[in-house]
Design a protein around this ligand. Structure first.
Ligand SMILES: Nc1ncnc2c1ncn2[C@@H]1O[C@H](COP(=O)(O)OP(=O)(O)OP(=O)(O)O)[C@@H](O)[C@H]1O
Ligand SMILES: NC(=O)c1ccc[n+]([C@@H]2O[C@H](COP(=O)(O)O)[C@@H](O)[C@H]2O)c1
Length: 200
């Protein structure tokens, strides 16, 4: 059986990794979708698709699981997003997500979806990690070692600080403090990833 798990992975952290380890007990192969693949160099989405491919590929290398890492760009239409995902991914039998919008879109398209409880969400959250990087607080122990190495290799902390400071000056920012584009803001209630506000 083949599973599919999508996230923005900005960055890939131990909460994601915990979820992948649990999924590994249920499937033979796993497709990791790198969501919002066209976005980078913003406060909410600092890393490019290629950089996230590196983080995820290296972090998964030790798992006894065949994995495929597939970048997937956002679409303006939620109603056809699942078809778009299916067109970019190896065929899969079950999708994994804890994102309510993603769960709904897969279910409406007739795809089986499985969710899991959030793992140590008080610290294992992308926006919390990005804030820690900006502030210089400890973040490395919250991500797999390979992810910390990749972020160091690409000088990621300095990038996040720079894009966050230009966001603070008004560039690339939505009214609610995130960097949602007009397209994202125009979607009902939330951006394509189901989020509303992002602190970093
Ligand atoms: N700590 C966690 N435990 C379990 N699942 C998680 C955890 N953090 C994120 N997820 C799930 O992983 C998927 C991808 O999440 P995503 O890449 O948006 O990370 P995030 O931590 O929610 O980041 P951000 O704060 O940037 O939105 C989603 O289904 C999300 O609900
Ligand atoms: N219409 C769309 O493009 C659409 C809809 C639902 C989810 N997504 C993407 O799927 C990913 C979901 O990941 P998260 O659960 O990490 O938010 C995000 O990259 C999000 O932008 C896109």
């Amino acid at each position: 059986m083949r599973g599919f798990y999508i996230g923005r992975f900005q960055p890939y952290h131990n909460g994601h990794h915990h979820m992948v380890e649990e999924i590994a007990d249920e499937v033979d192969e796993l497709v990791l979708g790198i969501g919002s693949a066209g976005d980078s160099h913003t406060r909410r989405n600092p890393f490019t698709a290629g950089e996230r491919v590196m983080m995820v590929t290296k972090a998964l290398a030790d798992l006894d699981l065949t994995t495929y890492v597939v970048p997937i760009e956002d679409l303006e239409r939620n109603s056809v997003w699942v078809s778009h995902v299916q067109s970019m991914s190896p065929k899969f039998d079950v999708a994994y997500s804890n994102n309510p919008l993603v769960v709904r879109l897969f279910e409406e398209a007739g795809v089986e979806v499985r969710s899991s409880p959030m793992f140590r969400r008080e610290v294992l959250e992308g926006s919390e990690l990005r804030q820690r990087m900006i502030r210089g607080d400890g973040w490395k122990r919250l991500v797999p070692d390979e992810v910390a190495e990749t972020i160091t290799e690409i000088d990621g902390v300095s990038r996040i600080r720079q894009v966050a400071s230009s966001d603070a000056n008004g560039a690339d920012r939505g009214v609610d403090g995130d960097d949602a584009t007009e397209t994202e803001s125009a979607l009902p209630e939330s951006g394509p990833d189901g989020s509303t506000v992002d602190r970093a």
